[in-house]
Structures are given as C-alpha cells and as structure tokens.
Design a protein. Structure first.
Length: 403
C-alpha cells in the first residue's frame, strides 16, 4: 500500500467517544467522505453550509444526520460564530470540522468561543497563519531538507530580472491569500515580457507572487496525520499519475521515497501541524526525487480518493484530537487506481474539445487523453460511488442535472 507510520506510541492513547459532529462547508467529496466515515463508526454528522438562508438545506446523503444553511454574509463575523455555536448546541455536537482555508483560520481564531460547547478539529490559528504563506512554507521546507525548485519572489517589476530567460516558462502562485487582484490560483508566464505585462497591466499586487519553473512531472501526495503540537502519527504516499486543470485526476498508492517521512515529520513538528493534512510534491519516479510545492492543512481534493485506498482521513482527524466513534469498522480497500468519475467524464469531454493545458499530465494527444479517460471510466475505482449510500452517490454525480 505504500503506507509508512512514524513516531507512533507503543501504548494506546486515551480516546474520548464522540457521537455528533458538525461539518462546516458545502456538499462535495470531502464532506461526503467525512459523513460516510463517521456514519460507519456510529457518529452522526450534521452539514452546516454557508449560503443563502432562503435556499433550504437538503440532506443529500443517507450518511448525514441533518443539514442547515447559514447566511454567507455572516462568515468572518462575530454573529457567524454565534450562529455556528447555536447550531452546534441545537444538534448536541461534540466536535466541529471545516474544509475551507479561510473558514478554518476564522474558526481557529475564535477557538475560545467554542470552549465548553464543542471541540474544534483544527490546528492553532498561529499554525494556519504561518502555512497560509507560500514563502514561509518554502523556507520551512528548505530548512528541514526537502528539495525545492528554484524560486523567485516577485513583488514588483524589478524582481523579474532575477529570472534567467532559460528558466521560462514559470508557474505563478500568490504568496498569500489576497496577494494579487484579480485573484487566481495558478498561472503560467512564458517569458519575462509576459510576466511584466501581468505586473504592469493586469494585476494589482498587494503582496508577492511566487514564480517557479514549470516541470512536466506527476505529483506525489503525502497524506499525514499529527497530534496537536506536531507529533506525527502516520504518513502515506500516493502517486498522481494523471492531472487535469491542476488537480489530481487519478491516484494510486506507492512506497514512501527513502528519507521523506523523516523530513515530513520534522516539518510537521516545526509548523506545529495537527489533524490531517497533505503535502504536494512534483515527483521524478525514475530517481524518487520529490520537489516540494505546498502543504494543505485541511481535507482536500484527494480525501475521497485515498479513502478508497485505505487512508481514512476523517477517522484520523478525530484520532489526532483524541476522539473516536463508538463502533469499530473494517473497510474494503481497493487495489485499483482511484478516480472521481464525474471529473474523469469532464476530462474526456474537455480534452476532445480543446486538448491539453499546461497543468494537465501526462502530455498526450486529444485522442490518447480521451482513450485513457474512457479506460478509467470503465476500470478504475470511483471515489464517490457507494451502493450503501445511493442517495449521496446520485446527489453528487447528478448535481447540476436535477434539482
């Protein structure tokens, strides 16, 4: 399976049983996976979604015990914290999880308000603020011995001269949330002239943009779990050998590259990570070289995929904070590659229409990409389909098609 467990204690940790949890976020693969994992262990999950209050919440899976809508205008404000607390009290929740980076930081900054009501399944605000900075992440990665691609911090047009013409094209990412307007997650600049045009004509820079050379490689994802304070409980490696629009399209387990688990453990301790999180690397399979990209301290786009491959992030998150469901569970683990078949169908249709973009992997023709997607639709394991939860399966795969 490629799973490596490090620094686990030999004696069992005290575990507090939990029966009701609120998940703050929208219906999608992470929240659905969270609900399915908890439901199997006897935990009732209540979905609280920021949205329009006049749009009634729907229980979209048999694994959700309930659902409610909170006005999106309350997010980030004290009355939003009160609304979440009121909902947690109304359902008798003992813990609360979230997915959005912004939501996690907001909740963590208001941790004291939740004392005596429910446990926040989140790292400290100080930890989240530190990892919100790509420059701080990269500096920490270097300090613990992780390999990092050549990196340039772009704050103004004068910084562009530091990039050698031979290093283009470069991948551009905001250093912190809100660093640039209009906002973007990732862009490519093929030359200094193109980067200068962004700076002078397109962007308003409030902070820095990180530039790194583009490497046409698969990704290595390390899913890890730590107790509060950064003591790592486990880490497992997965290869993303197909990417679409910068996201993982297909995932398979691999053996942890030699020495990587120890460096990740040091990173986790230094950053004081807790709960579940995942590291993203560019990876050279032939040499097992891994180049650090970022860490996401939350559930994410591969939570549902690795769940099928034996990594139960929701249960790990509870365990990291000393909690567990009342019932043990034994899960079926697939040996096949895992995809989200809704995303794979989108890849098939998009590839036929426009071909590849710079963020897609591997490089291939429209026909080859379409054939690979059809093969995955037929043979790969779907991360969402669960015959024990047909309601959730249909709600996800048919969203946008039925109301």
């Amino acid at each position: 399976m490629g799973t490596v467990t490090v620094n686990t204690k030999q004696t069992a940790d005290p575990v507090c049983p939990v029966r009701r949890v609120v998940f703050f976020g929208s219906f999608g693969p992470p929240s659905l996976t969270f609900a399915r994992s908890c439901h199997a262990t006897g935990i009732a999950v209540y979905l609280l979604t920021p949205g329009q209050p006049d749009n009634p919440a729907k229980v979209q899976s048999s694994c959700f015990a309930g659902a409610a809508m909170m006005g999106v205008e309350m997010v980030g404000k004290p009355r939003g914290i009160e609304a979440i607390l009121d909902y947690a009290r109304s359902v008798g929740a003992e813990a609360l999880a979230a997915i959005s980076d912004a939501h996690c930081l907001w909740l963590a900054k208001n941790r004291a308000a939740f004392d005596g009501v429910c446990r926040l399944l989140l790292p400290s605000a100080e930890c989240l603020e530190r990892v919100a900075s790509k420059t701080d992440q990269i500096a920490l990665a270097k300090s613990v011995g992780l390999e990092v691609l050549p990196t340039w911090v772009i704050r103004s047009a004068s910084d562009v001269a530091a990039i050698h013409p031979g290093d283009y094209p470069v991948c551009l990412r905001p250093a912190i949330p809100g660093a640039v307007e209009p906002s973007f997650k990732v862009l490519m600049a093929g030359s200094a002239d193109e980067l200068l045009r962004y700076i002078r004509q397109v962007w308003t820079l409030h902070d820095a943009v990180i530039a790194q050379p583009i490497r046409v490689l698969p990704n290595l994802i390390i899913h890890a779990c730590s107790r509060e304070g950064g003591e790592i409980l486990s880490a497992a490696a997965f290869l993303v050998d197909r990417k679409f629009e910068g996201l993982a399209l297909r995932v398979r387990p691999i053996t942890m590259p030699a020495g990587l688990a120890e460096k990740i453990a040091r990173f986790s301790r230094e950053a004081k990570l807790s709960g579940v999180y995942h590291f993203d690397f560019l990876y050279i399979p032939q040499t097992s070289e891994a180049f650090y990209l970022e860490v996401n301290v939350r559930f994410g786009g591969t939570t549902d995929k690795v769940f099928r491959l034996g990594i139960d992030e929701p249960a790990d998150c509870l365990r990291a904070y000393g909690l567990a469901g009342p019932n043990p569970v034994h899960r079926h683990i697939t040996s096949r590659p895992v995809v989200n078949k809704r995303a794979t169908l989108k890849h098939f249709l998009t590839t036929l229409r426009r071909g590849q973009e710079p963020w897609d992997y591997p490089p291939e023709s429209r026909l080859s990409g379409a054939i690979h997607s059809v093969t995955d639709l037929l043979l790969a394991r779907d991360s969402i389909t669960d015959f024990a939860d047909l309601k959730g399966t249909l709600a996800f795969h048919l969203q946008g098609l039925i109301q």
